[in-house]
Design a binder for this molecule. Sequence first.
Ligand code: OSB
Ligand code: MG
Length: 380
Amino acid sequence: MLRIDRIVMREIRLALKEPFRISSGVEHERRILLLEITDRDGAVVWAECVAGALPNYSPETIDTAWLAVREWLAPRLLGASVERPEDVHALLDENVRGHHMAKAALEMGCWALDATLVNVSLAQRVGGTRERVATGISLGLQSSPEALVERARGALAAGYRKIKLKIQPGRDVDYVRAVRGALGRDVDIMVDANSAYTLADADHLAALDELGLIMLEQPLGADDLIRHAELQRRLRTPICLDESITDANRARDMIELGSGRIVNIKPGRVGGYAPSIAIHDLCRDAGVPVWCGGMLESGIGRAYNVALASLPNFTLPGDVSPSARYWARDVVSPEWTMDSQGMVRVPRDRAGMGVDVDVELIESLTVRDEAVRARASIVV
Ligand code: OSB
Ligand code: MG
């Protein structure tokens, strides 16, 4: 039984080692919303909300998530006794549209709390079976093909098992061809457009077909399942959807319409673990591979992604790079590391999240905090 007594929201600022540029914007520093969730018996878990500073990837931002947690979502949980974490998503979702990243942070925290209380690892609690998960890297847009090739070479040498290149009009086919030429035919390379194209670009995108990419992620708009299906009919390269898959029904639609052949599952984007597992299961039944995406998480959010990526149908390497790819110093200990085979170990030998949270460091990085406690009067 989950009985939450107190939820503290904190915003921390974490400087990225190098700016991360995608087609819709650039981040130099992550503004991260962390939740510290305490139950009635004093058990504490930490969770991370993956919303960004700007609404360029999804409509949510850290500020909308802060509002949603404080006003509508945390009060629901604080007032309730919930039997199982499996039930939390439905509780948060009832009559509250959207705000998936805000919901996910709370929901996933409940899974970690439950794992802690029943003394199993988070990976075990969500049904994960892998001891190690394969890791890919997501390389941001670069100013020249040469700069991108240099980074891709470094990634390959470090052991990454999949190399994802961000693309946008003007920085696409030539850049990807340069990387393919430098790395050879055997390396798993993919591209991610973050919705930078329209169907009018179909012939141009078809030039990617000869480059042997394992997938093209989210070329068109988030709401464009129909046009993605049209584009997929014109490409050999499999389309993978990220932004478009906001819940299990959207994954079902993708499969039925032929809008894509692979799904990137980010638990924040879909509202938490329960919807992630539902998408995982329906894709497994349809023979559609999935992989775990990333949102430049701190070591806390990373723990949740690693646990999820240990489920059996996560058959492609995830964007779960080690801490040192992003940060000078991560907020967990031990930091997340990757071996020379490009594998991250799943901490199955510890109850809960599997890493310790560096509370002192978090204190020093905190720019605002706010506690939410049970309020009898809240009815949504
Ligand atoms: O589209 O997958 C994306 C980061 C921010 C917003 C969107 C995306 C990304 C990434 C980062 O690709 C992957 C990572 O966390 O390493
Ligand atoms: Mg993406």
